[in-house]
Design a protein around this ligand. Structure first.
Ligand SMILES: *Cc1c(COP(=O)(O)O)cnc(C)c1O
Length: 245
């Protein structure tokens, strides 16, 4: 009989990213290969930092990983970079995608996994019957039908992301980090004032300042042009108030 659940404790090793640009230190990562880890999880682009942890050129640095390489491509529709083609030649790659982000379907709880038949068949052993309920399936189909429209929206968000990034770069006391996703992480010593003003104006930010490496960091999701303008206006007001230049 197959044993589905291991009682063994699973050890999780978290690797801190480089602190200047949140890039992945491949040498440090590779140092762990000798312990024969079972699974490597890479979020690409990463959340909440927005950068790629791995680009196509970096793949050779992890291709001898002894276990399964899981690449979470939750923001793929915004980033445009996928490791999907690698599935053909590497038997140990799993790609994860979601309908929660670019498809605006967070409430329907739908996502998908892409890998080779061997891994997919194996994972099917663990899948509950009807694990994607019928309402979710119908909603998913409707969203897929809306793809041409969604694609246009995604293009606008990408343009806006790049516009907002440039605007933020030019505001005193704001350090935005380049993003491949639909949000921008930024650092500011005016974090508290920014949070307060945004809350008053109905702009929701996520506070990551308690996370490692992310002191004074906030994350803003890219909205439509009007919403983004409101956000930029708030930043300027907070940062140029009293003696700004
Ligand atoms: C949003 C997100 C997901 C997917 O979330 P679900 O809503 O559970 O599908 C996965 N990974 C990352 C990094 C995300 O930001």
């Amino acid at each position: 009989m197959k044993k589905f659940f291991s009682k063994k404790k699973v050890e999780i090793i978290k690797i801190l990213l480089n602190k200047e640009d949140f890039s992945l230190d491949f040498d440090m990562l590779r140092d762990y290969f000798k312990y024969n880890p079972k699974l490597l999880i890479l979020t690409n682009p990463n959340n909440p930092t927005g950068n790629f942890l791995i680009k196509s050129d970096d793949f050779e640095k992890i291709q001898d990983f002894p276990g399964i390489i899981l690449i979470d491509e939750a923001y793929y529709e915004f980033s445009g970079l996928t490791f999907l083609p690698y599935i053909e030649n590497f038997p140990n790659i799993i790609i994860l995608r979601t309908f929660s982000k670019a498809f605006s379907g967070a409430g329907i709880r739908l996502g998908y996994l892409i890998s080779n038949p061997k891994i997919v068949n194996y994972l099917n052993n663990f899948k509950l019957p009807y694990n994607v309920n019928i309402f979710t399936q119908i909603a998913g189909e409707k969203l897929i039908d809306k793809w041409p429209l969604l694609k246009e929206k995604i293009e606008v968000i990408k343009e806006e992301r790049d516009r907002i990034f440039e605007e933020m770069k030019n505001i005193k006391d704001i350090v935005p980090y380049p993003s491949e996703a639909n949000f921008i992480l930024f650092r500011s010593r005016k974090r508290e004032e920014i949070l307060k003003s945004c809350e008053e104006e109905g702009v929701a930010l996520r506070d990551f300042s308690k996370e490692p490496l992310l002191e004074n960091c906030l994350r803003v999701s890219i909205g439509d042009i009007k919403e983004n303008d409101v956000f930029i206006k708030i930043l300027k007001e907070v940062c140029y108030e009293k003696g700004g230049d």
